[in-house]
Write a protein that binds this ligand. Structure first.
Ligand SMILES: Cc1ncc(C[n+]2csc(CCOP(=O)(O)OP(=O)(O)O)c2C)c(N)n1
Length: 329
């Protein structure tokens, strides 16, 4: 394992556990109890990408996320009680209960929102990066998206302009092998996805997305270069979603064994735990204590959100239209 401070590794570990337990709560409690409508796009299995990448950013750097963004939001420091409240439509939600699972946002954390329009994340981040460059505030903007989004025009338009205008933007592709039911080899003419931005002069890099330290190291280097040289970076993380595309997905395109086997072999949380135990960063009982403590934290956030008030009907149109054009700091 590369040398890291113990605190840093434990911080990664805690955030990965927060994401896993938050999403398990959504799957096992909120949905069965019909505490919110529709389905959720879980990123169970992809925690190392969110945590490793976002911890490599500055707090005031921008993040733009996708329909599968609970983990990005947690890693960016959004409050889990307000996230649960948002999912359940409560007034205290991070979007006052109007956004739900696929539209979590918190400009105060520079988390500029989940955006479920596939591919839209890339031009949004490019726009934020252009703003940062014009203001000279030294921020970078990171866009997360799945490998399916590489096939959208929006990604290619954004990559071209980002390279042409030298924008400080990071394109972070989470290759979980499926776009809904379509496997990668049926959607991309080439399998070496790190080459998909070469036409714009952007040399990509491929990263093992199941190892949080590796993600952190590679993204740290890319962030440094992007910030210092004001140029785009493009990284592809090989990962896997252990759940369906969304919670109502019957997953007829893959066998249950495939997901289970992948889970056993490549669970990013287990990988980190084994490595931390192996090199004596933490003894085994400590991992159990961490798990118990973070699970209690997630439970408490959920219970508090459950007691939170509903919005008043008069609030229905508040925030629907821009008022005054105020910007965040
Ligand atoms: C522009 C657009 N086209 C189609 C959809 C429907 N859709 C929702 S998720 C999805 C697949 C996205 O796959 P990928 O980008 O690989 O992300 P993942 O779901 O694997 O995280 C599609 C096609 C959409 N939301 N937006």
């Amino acid at each position: 394992m590369p040398a890291k401070s113990r605190e840093q590794l434990l911080h990664f570990y805690e955030d990965m556990l927060r994401i896993r337990f938050f999403e398990e709560k959504v799957r096992d409690v909120l949905l069965p109890r019909k505490l919110f409508r529709g389905s959720a796009h879980l990123a169970i299995g992809q925690e190392a990408v969110a945590v490793g990448a976002i911890h490599a950013l500055r707090e005031d750097d921008y993040v733009v996320s996708t329909h599968r963004g609970h983990g990005h939001a947690i890693a960016k420091g959004l409050d889990m009680r307000r996230m649960f409240a948002e999912l359940m439509g409560r007034k205290t939600g991070c979007d006052r209960g109007k956004g739900g699972s696929m539209h979590l946002a918190d400009a105060s954390r520079h988390f500029m929102g989940e955006n479920p329009v596939v591919g839209s994340n890339a031009p949004m981040a490019a726009g934020l990066a252009l703003g940062a460059k014009l203001e000279g505030n030294g921020r970078v903007a990171a866009a997360f998206f799945g490998e399916g989004a590489l096939n959208t025009g929006a990604f290619h338009e954004a990559a071209n302009l980002a390279a042409l205008w030298k924008l400080p933007v990071l394109f972070l592709c989470e290759n979980n092998l499926y776009a809904i039911s379509v496997p990668l080899d049926k959607s991309s003419a080439i399998q070496d996805l790190e080459r998909r931005a070469e036409a714009y002069g952007i040399v990509g890099e491929r990263v093992n997305g199941m190892r949080v330290m590796e993600v952190y190291d590679v993204v740290s280097r890319a962030v440094h270069r992007t910030r210092e040289e004001s140029v785009p970076s493009y990284l592809v993380f090989d990962t896997y979603r252990f759940e369906g595309h969304h919670t109502a997905d019957k997953q007829t395109y893959r066998t249950p064994e495939e997901a289970l086997e992948e889970f056993r072999k490549r669970d990013p949380i287990h990988i980190l735990e084994f490595e931390m135990i192996d090199d004596h960063t933490v003894p085994i009982p400590a991992t159990i204590e961490y798990r118990d403590r973070i699970r209690a934290e997630v439970d408490a956030a959920f219970e508090q959100a459950l007691d939170d008030p509903w919005p008043e009907p008069e609030e229905a149109l508040v925030g629907v239209y821009a008022e005054g054009g105020e910007r965040d700091g």
